[in-house]
Design a protein around this ligand. Structure first.
Ligand SMILES: Cc1cc2nc3c(=O)[nH]c(=O)nc-3n(C[C@H](O)[C@H](O)[C@H](O)COP(=O)(O)OP(=O)(O)OC[C@H]3O[C@@H](n4cnc5c(N)ncnc54)[C@H](O)[C@@H]3O)c2cc1C
Length: 593
């Protein structure tokens, strides 16, 4: 059975040695009272909770799934109790501001906790994930009374949040959405329509569920400019915060799906449900994007969490499973065969997982550190730079770590052979659970278009410029360091090529917009591999005597593997980008068969 122990040593290394998060955060007045001691205690307690409480519920939750009867959804055995413990432990409001009842911890520390939740139990982790996103949207766009009434109970974990965008005919293209909002007699709105695929739309873990719903006002212009955002609670809530009768929003059914079986995916029917408009009319999509961006980074962490757990599982198995002898002669002559970790290709798969997990961790936590700076830095220039960086990195973290989670969980199945394919070892569940992460919160294609089309070509890429400048400064300052030379030279070359590729695509896309669409996903991967290479180089630069020879050797070995065996994938992506759109678009549709 798959075990999980939070990789605390690597998390601490990334947080405090590579990113120096305690020092950077310590300069922000919002976190001045926190420090390394508190962060360490929180990480350790989260490791205990996720390892002992959530991880054992992962396989049972997968087998049992959610059940639906008479409009009610029941989560698998143990889920509700685990949620109670989560709330009692103060985890629900960990990163929320104290003024709303939260603990005011940095998002950067919250990211490590979130990774642990996702490794331990992805399905379970989806319930608090959406609540966190709802908090962010309410915090930034809701009126004072709405924040007072709805935010606090979510922060306290008594209520949970959802995100209601998708409709049967509209997923990626939200401009097509039909759900209507009609004016009620008392300033409230009546929401009419059907939303599908709503995560946590109905469940038994909290007293109330706050749906954030996109709908159109009667005078709405068509397309994305005519969408407004509403709060629609499962049980009606007055302006005084009192919970009243059941609202006219009900779960019609739940989906039967490939993975995350314990995460309720609901059809939600809004039959004139009472709702409150949040923010300005017709500006709902921008407001919802606050929630979506929070959730996109969080889904990137889901990818990371799955890679970490799949690696732990595969490594334990590869050390234990005896099959065949090493090509260079027996390594364990006392045994009937050698452990499979001696075989080069098993090592390739293990190292791929380790390199992506540890490099991806630094990338993801760095993005969260920018989020803290964006929200809490005291000077405008720092906030703006952090905003540019986090906005640029969000599609990379989401798109690349989830795609790589699919690759890495498949490697993990392969390492276990037939035992990876059967349910007993828990490895196939991780591969099934990983599959959704490249689809929800915007598919990989949408992350790629957001990165290249919107954030780089349309908005002139301030985030890319800041990131490339940071890599350039790192390469320059490391120039005389022989320990870094093998990493800095290829990194510098690729950072230069990244800039050139961007200009080439930009020029071609001006003549033919399909050039951008044809390049986007390869560009996303290219960006991800170079970004992870940068963080690997920083990991090596951060090594000190206090880390010990074993830790440092493992880091250097993994970095060398990444640079030698993974980073060259950038050449394939660059070639595909340069091949252009012609080979994709020239073929008439009829020729597809
Ligand atoms: C388990 C699960 C949970 C979910 N949870 C939620 C939730 O809580 N709330 C919510 O609102 N929704 C949720 N969703 C919906 C999810 O976000 C959508 O499924 C997703 O955004 C894709 O939309 P779609 O399925 O309609 O696919 P489509 O939009 O129909 O896309 C089909 C394919 O076309 C591609 N495509 C579309 N446009 C382009 C383009 N311009 N260029 C290139 N490719 C393109 C897509 O990438 C995809 O591969 C969930 C879905 C699932 C399965």
């Amino acid at each position: 059975m798959s075990q999980y122990a939070a990789p605390l040593a690597d998390m601490r290394f990334v947080l405090f040695d590579v990113l120096e998060a305690d020092r950077v955060l310590g300069r922000l007045p919002a976190f001045a009272e926190h420090g390394r001691e508190i962060y360490d205690a929180v990480l350790e307690e989260a490791a205990r909770f996720t390892g002992q409480v959530l991880a054992p519920l992962n396989p049972t939750g997968d087998r049992e799934g959610c059940t639906f009867e008479d409009g009610r959804v029941t989560t698998p055995a143990g889920f509700k109790e685990a949620y109670r413990q989560f709330v009692e432990g103060g985890w629900a409001g960990l990163v929320a501001e104290p003024e709303y009842g939260g603990q005011g911890m940095p998002e950067t520390i919250g990211a490590a906790i979130k990774e642990m939740l996702d490794s331990a139990n992805l399905s379970w982790g989806n319930y608090p994930l959406l609540s966190h996103g709802a908090c962010e949207a309410l915090k930034h766009v809701a009126e004072d009374w709405q924040r007072e009434v709805f935010l606090r109970p979510i922060v306290e974990g008594r209520w949970t949040g959802t995100m209601c965008l998708t409709e049967p005919h509209c997923g990626t293209d939200l401009g097509l959405l039909k759900t209507r909002a009609e004016p009620g007699p008392d300033g409230t709105w009546r929401i009419v329509g059907t939303k599908i695929f709503i995560t946590g739309g109905e469940h038994d873990m909290a007293e109330n569920i706050v749906h954030l719903v996109l709908a159109r006002l009667p005078d709405a212009p068509p397309g994305t400019r005519g969408i407004s955002l509403f709060i629609v609670p499962k049980f009606k809530v007055g302006r005084d915060g009192r919970m009243g009768e059941r609202n006219a929003v009900h779960c019609g059914s739940i989906e039967h799906k490939m993975g995350i079986k314990a995460s309720a995916t609901c059809v939600m029917n809004f039959d004139g449900a009472e709702g409150y408009l949040i923010g300005e009319p017709h500006k709902g999509l921008a407001a919802m994007f606050i929630m979506m961006n929070t959730a996109r980074l969080a889904v990137g962490l889901q990818g990371l969490g799955l890679i970490e757990r799949a690696y732990q599982n595969a490594l334990a198995y590869a050390r234990d499973r005896l099959q065949m002898r090493a090509l260079t002669g027996p390594k364990r002559p006392d045994k009937p065969a050698d452990p499979i970790i001696v075989h080069p290709d098993i090592r390739r798969m293990l190292l791929t997982q380790k390199a992506i997990a540890e490099g991806g961790r630094a990338l993801a936590y760095y993005a969260y550190l920018q989020e803290d700076l964006k929200q809490r830095a005291t000077d405008e220039a720092t906030r703006q730079r952090a905003d540019d960086l986090v906005s640029f990195l969000t599609p990379i973290v989401k798109g690349v770590l989830t795609e790589l989670a699919n690759e890495c969980t498949y490697h993990a199945v392969q390492i276990l052979g037939g035992h990876g394919y059967i349910a007993e070892w828990g490895q196939e569940q991780l591969a099934r659970d990983a599959r959704i992460t490249t689809i929800y919160e915007g598919t990989t294609q949408i992350q790629a278009l957001d990165l290249l089309g919107r954030k780089i070509l349309q908005l002139k890429g301030p985030g890319l410029q800041a990131f490339l400048a940071e890599i350039g400064a790192f390469c320059e300052s490391s120039a005389g360091n022989p320990a870094l030379a093998e990493f800095v030279a290829p990194l510098g070359r690729l950072a230069k090529e990244w800039g050139e590729l961007t200009l080439e695509i930009g020029a071609k896309a001006q003549r033919n917009p399909d050039e951008m669409g044809a390049a986007a996903v390869d560009y996303l991967h290219y960006a991800g591999y170079v970004a992870i290479a940068y963080f690997w180089a920083r990991e090596i630069a951060a090594l000190g005597d206090h880390h010990g020879a074993e830790f440092a050797d493992a880091k250097r070995g993994t970095a060398r593997f990444y640079f030698a065996r993974i980073l060259p994938r950038t050449a394939t992506h660059a070639a595909a980008i340069r091949a252009g759109s012609e080979v994709l678009m020239a073929m008439p549709e009829a020729a597809f068969g």
